[in-house]
Write a protein that binds this ligand. Structure first.
Ligand code: SIN
Length: 552
């Protein structure tokens, strides 16, 4: 490299340039080591534990408080989540609350009601419709607007000769620090190959070699290469094909801009429908259903611990709020995933995702001196803790012009390892996006810092998506147990399809063996409101929140 030519640095502010020069000076040495097959040493188990304990945001006690009402009473959860779980219903329900018997008021009658139109909801709709029942999908924004379409790097499936579902199972348990529900992990890895095959049949364009063989990559914390990707827009491509399939099925109706704001339950304690708010105006809609599936996704837009997020604008924990009020148990809400590489610069993009696939192809983490400080493919929570440690304790982070901090991800090394053109080909989305902002990822490292990415905990489910409440099912990020306290990359895209399909099929079977309830109502809500009164909970907080607080 010609170190006197600095023309490629002109798009960066002065404050960052000297540090980039140090990254460039250490690059050749790192390339030589990579080509010799040497990697930065992984942390010992005891260091991993210590770094997690000292630096992972989940460990911050000041960010949590105990719940004072509901089935999780006494458990410590993030304050922003606790406030919502103990919030008051939305104002638009005031009139409905006076009439707890809503049996005559159905605007929509269906067999299966699905709340949420992202990846899990769409998969559930397909499975239920293919089982022969009538399906109604109520989605907050447009069909497909969700964390699924934001997922970049890939989906884990153990389909290679050197791999097996057993190996995958062990990786998932290890990555989750053995806090996962083994029955759910078994379901996840067992259905993997079928899901991959299904997506191929639907026309999903996976990355392949000219021979037709799937390209697979390493994710953090995995013992085998099993990440299947579509460039760096894997979730978007997945949603393209499953949404097409859903649209082709005549017994699926999708209702956009109509988020569910309350479940309906009946005198037998069964889930029998929901109340929908119409974002475009009008009275709430009442849906009567024989079974209900919650697939509302995560909570990144609550910005726990004031972190930025990689999440879609709709990720506001709505499903958790509705389920909790209805008495459905939640688990592991204290455990969230902070993805190691959110964008730290340019400032306008703070928190958006830089996929782990960059590290899977060899981009290392470097501090402001251009020195590597952690093996880039540690499990995600460990990598995140290591970055926070490097910036906060070691004071080795790179300061941005607006006072933020980050570490470098040395992306140009990828082309030097794998050949020119690799970055453009493997990361078409981010490559073009940054080029448009004057940052050429073939030449410049990117500044990264952890971003709130995923909700590890959620509704307690069984392996077919069933919950404690008869007639109520759930799938995807709104549920807990699959990943334990730490999800490995690429297991979310697999999870939404495995459990979406399972929940859809089981909810359809349930609907086929039951009749519509004749006592749908909101009595569970009245009981919950009484508890809130008794505990003198804040009357100002309204839930579900539906949109981030900074939306008008
Ligand atoms: C990524 O591409 O790094 C995110 C995908 C995931 O969280 O599994």
């Amino acid at each position: 490299m010609n170190f006197t030519d600095t023309s490629h640095l002109t798009s960066l502010p002065e404050a960052l340039r000297e540090s980039v020069r140090m990254v460039e000076r250490s690059r050749e040495d790192r390339l030589a080591r990579t080509l010799r097959g040497e990697t930065f040493p992984a942390l010992s188990i005891s260091d991993r534990k210590a770094w997690l304990n000292d630096f992972h945001p989940d460990q911050r006690e000041d960010g949590k408080r105990p719940l004072v009402v509901g089935p999780g009473k006494g458990s410590h959860v993030p304050c922003e989540m606790a406030d919502l779980l103990e919030s008051r219903p939305r104002v638009s329900l005031n009139n409905l609350l006076k009439d707890t018997s809503l049996s005559k008021k159905a605007d929509i009658v269906t067999d299966v009601l699905i709340i949420g139109g992202g990846g899990a909801g769409t998969a559930a709709a397909i499975a239920a419709a293919e089982a022969g029942v009538k399906v109604f999908v109520a989605t907050k924004l447009r069909h497909g607007d969700s964390n699924t379409i934001m997922a970049e790097g890939g989906m884990q499936v153990a389909d290679q000769e050197c791999d097996s579902p057993v190996q995958h199972y062990l990786d998932v348990l290890g990555g989750g620090h053995f806090t996962n529900n083994p029955e759910l992990v078994q379901a996840l890895v067992t259905d993997g190959a079928d899901v991959l095959h299904w997506l191929e049949e639907l026309g999903m364009l996976f990355d392949k070699y000219p021979t037709g063989r799937m390209k697979v990559r390493h994710g953090g914390g995995t013992s085998r290469k099993r990440l299947h990707a579509a460039g760096d827009v894997t979730g978007l491509e997945m949603m393209r094909v499953i949404r097409d399939r859903a649209e082709a099925l005549e017994n699926i109706t999708v209702s956009a801009f109509t988020p569910a704001v309350e479940l309906l339950t009946d005198d037998d304690g069964r889930a029998v429908g929901a109340v929908l708010e119409q974002l475009t105006g009008g009275e709430p809609l009442i849906v009567h259903a024989k079974s209900v599936i919650i697939t509302t996704g995560g909570m990144g837009r609550l910005h726990l611990n004031k972190f930025p997020t990689s999440n879609h604008f709709g990720a506001t924990a709505d499903g958790l709020v509705m389920a909790y009020r209805a008495g459905v148990p939640l688990q592991d809400l204290h455990s969230c995933q902070y993805h190691p590489t959110g964008i730290a610069y340019p400032e306008r993009k703070i928190g958006l995702l830089i996929t782990e696939k960059f590290r899977g192809l060899g981009a290392p983490f470097l501090n402001r001196f251009g020195d590597e400080f952690v093996f880039g493919l540690e499990p995600r929570d460990v990598t995140t803790a290591a970055i926070i440690r490097e910036c906060q304790m070691m004071n080795n982070g790179v300061r941005t012009p607006s006072g933020g901090v980050g570490v470098w991800l040395d992306i140009p090394l990828i082309d030097l390892i794998h050949g020119r053109g690799t970055i453009e080909k493997e990361f078409p989305g981010r490559f073009k996006e940054f080029l448009g902002k004057g940052i050429d990822l073939r030449q410049l490292p990117l500044l990264a810092y952890p971003t709130l990415h995923y909700q590890n905990g959620g509704m307690v489910i069984g392996s077919n998506g069933g919950t404690d409440m008869p007639g109520l099912f759930a799938a995807g990020e709104v549920t807990g147990g699959v990943h334990g306290h730490n999800r490995l990359m690429g297991n979310a895209l697999l999870e939404i399809l495995v459990f979406g399909l399972r929940a859809g099929k089981t909810a359809a079977q349930f609907a086929q063996t039951t009749t519509l309830s004749n006592s749908p109502g909101l009595s569970h809500l009245s009981a919950f409101l009484e508890e809130l009164e008794q505990e003198n909970c804040n009357k100002e907080i309204i839930g579900p929140q539906l949109l981030p607080k900074y939306f008008p």
